[in-house]
Write a protein that binds this ligand. Structure first.
Ligand code: PMV
Length: 322
């Protein structure tokens, strides 16, 4: 049983967060520069429960000392059930992540995917992508409440996706690369609370909220076409329109609005919050020659960190069942 090291990427949602929970489409892409990493080392000279180390959260313990609802314990349980194992050999599991937590970049889903992949591969029986996706979803349910499944899906399959809940995932080919700036407001926010807030407001005024949800769904379908045809300016315009509708459903914040405005004023083609909102991150679509100006403007408008990335134009466009 050799040592194994597995990574899972971060993600951003380009269109359709929140409304994806209600069955409308969303588009998400993996971000490879940030990852969760799980390394497992066999300990053949020792017996006893797995040792767990996650230095960033000051965790150094053995599996049996963690509470049963702990996500790492759940990951061990789910993988053991899937593989039909009744015990784990002695091992040392090391978990680190460069993905900011509670920021809308999929940190919990990336950790879940990396744990499930690493544990099953370590046992010599790597689970398929569809199985990893399903188990990571079940881990996310603990964390999130009622996740749509978009985070675990884009992170497992590691490609741009057009995602509609309960439907086969569609992989997208973008005709042109996307130059994205990802800016962190520095405000931590819990997706679970943002999602619950939308639900309360929707229950109070379903007609108004349904109309807003539908508008986001429609613009997400237009964005898909624009992305696969390389109409980058239209993608930008639709991003800013998506942000305006996210403001209307109450998931933005003064910090996010300030960053979106600053990015567009500095020449971004479009900008919006991304993920749960009410803090966390926003994204701006830049052109290569204006990216540095947009980045400067974001810092001036209060971003605590700005990260620049290019989503490449991949090579195929087809629908498959996960
Ligand atoms: O905050 P994040 O990155 O976990 O994004 C969640 C996206 C939502 O649509 C708000 C919730 C969901 O489950 O899809």
């Amino acid at each position: 049983m050799p040592a194994i090291s597995v990574t899972a990427p971060a993600k951003v949602i380009l269109f359709g967060e929140h409304t994806v929970v209600y069955g409308h489409p969303a588009i998400a892409v993996p971000i490879h520069e940030l990852v969760a990493r799980v390394t497992i080392i066999p300990q053949p000279t020792r017996s006893g429960p797995p040792e767990i180390e996650a230095p960033q959260i000051d965790l150094r313990t053995s599996l049996d000392r963690l509470p049963p609802e702990h996500p790492i314990v759940r990951a061990f349980q789910l993988v053991a059930e899937a593989l039909g194992l009744d015990h784990w050999p002695a091992l040392h599991l090391h978990l680190t992540s460069s993905i900011p937590v509670a920021s809308g970049m999929g940190s919990s889903a990336a950790t879940a995917v990396a744990l499930v992949r690493a544990l099953s591969a370590f046992m010599g029986r790597p689970l398929s992508d569809a199985e990893v996706c399903e188990l990571a979803y079940r881990l996310e349910q603990r964390h999130h409440g009622t996740p749509s499944g978009i985070d675990n899906t884009v992170i497992t399959f590691d490609r741009p996706i057009f995602f509609v809940r309960y439907q086969p995932v569609e992989f997208l080919t973008f005709a042109a690369p996307l130059h994205l700036l990802i800016a962190d407001t520095g405000v931590k926010s819990l997706t679970r609370e943002a999602v619950a807030g939308v639900r309360q407001r929707w229950e109070k005024d379903p007609i108004l909220y349904e109309a807003r949800f539908k508008a986001i769904g429609e613009l997400t379908r237009r964005a898909k076409e624009a992305l696969i045809r390389g109409k980058i300016e239209e993608v930008g315009t639709l991003m800013t329109e998506n942000h305006r509708l996210l403001v209307e459903i109450g998931v933005s914040s003064p910090e996010l609005d300030r960053l979106v405005k600053a990015a567009v004023s500095a020449g971004a083609l479009g900008a919006k919050l991304s993920g749960g909102g009410q803090g966390g991150i926003m994204i701006a679509l830049a052109q290569p020659h204006t990216a540095h100006l947009v980045e400067q403007a974001l810092y001036q408008a209060g971003a605590v960190n700005v990260f620049s990335t290019v989503i490449p134009a991949p090579t195929s466009h087809k629908a498959i069942s996960p």
